[in-house]
Design a protein around this ligand. Sequence first.
Ligand code: SF4
Length: 316
Amino acid sequence: MDELKLGISSCLLGYKVRYDGQHKYDHWLVETLGKYVTYVPVCPEVECGLPVPRDAMRLVGDVENPRLLTIKDKTDHTPRMLEWAARRLAELDSEELCGYVFKSKSPSSGMERVKVYPAKGGAGEKKGVGIFAREFMRAFPLLPVEEEGRLHDPVLRENFIERIFIMQRWIQLRRKAFSAGALVDFHTRHKLLLMAHNPALYREMGKLVAAVRQYPPDEFADIYLARLMQATSYHATRAKHQNVLQHILGYFKAELTAAEKAELLELIDNYRNRLLPLIVPVTLINHYVRKYDKPYLAAQYYLQPHPLELALRNHV
Ligand code: SF4
């Protein structure tokens, strides 16, 4: 596999770039996820030319289009930030990022619920988006993005990591000569994973892929990627995982003994009832996939969506 590149707010890596000269080192991002990804650090405030330390800033004015002002003397850094962002986004376009992790609450890097203060003064409302984060998400609307705080939630974390690995595989597919056959193979290997996220979009994408030869390749790729990212933005719930696990059971009709089948069904049931994490039934299924030699299932990313060592499915 080629490297998986993730954009990230520099302060999360421990760079002392915050307004007060400090950092916001995130242990999990650096020490755990960092073993599997190559980070591309970005600090909008320092890279647009502001010093460390500097006056603290906040968003002020219209929630949809706020200004980036220093709190003390209300210096407006919006034009400087936007001008720099346009250049930086063009550079990031060539990095082939698979996603981005933003620092929460920042008027430059916050992805959502950033406080925006009324121009006349008064309390801020948590309705804004940091100026750079907004420009980034406009420029790359299909890239998975998250904030470090939200990544402490096991479901959001697993979903984000799954999607950045999907994006990595997609970028690899696009780098090679893009053919209908390669696309069909890519889709086939993601089928169960898609089913776990959104069964309706999974069915719709099946029809789309069946018509792949009717489209110019690049046009099809754009349509397919948009659907892929839309489908996987839905969280895979326990009920949806249960459906997929029971669907997989159907592939072993001829091989599993009554006792093996009962054991697997019990594990799936216990998973559905929150008595076990997802990794338990999936591990037994992977065992049967090897034992009974099931190439279609062995190729399914659903059964191995990201490195086992991340232990993400031990907590969902
Ligand atoms: S939140 Fe963004 S702008 Fe602020 S220090 Fe971190 S990377 Fe820089």
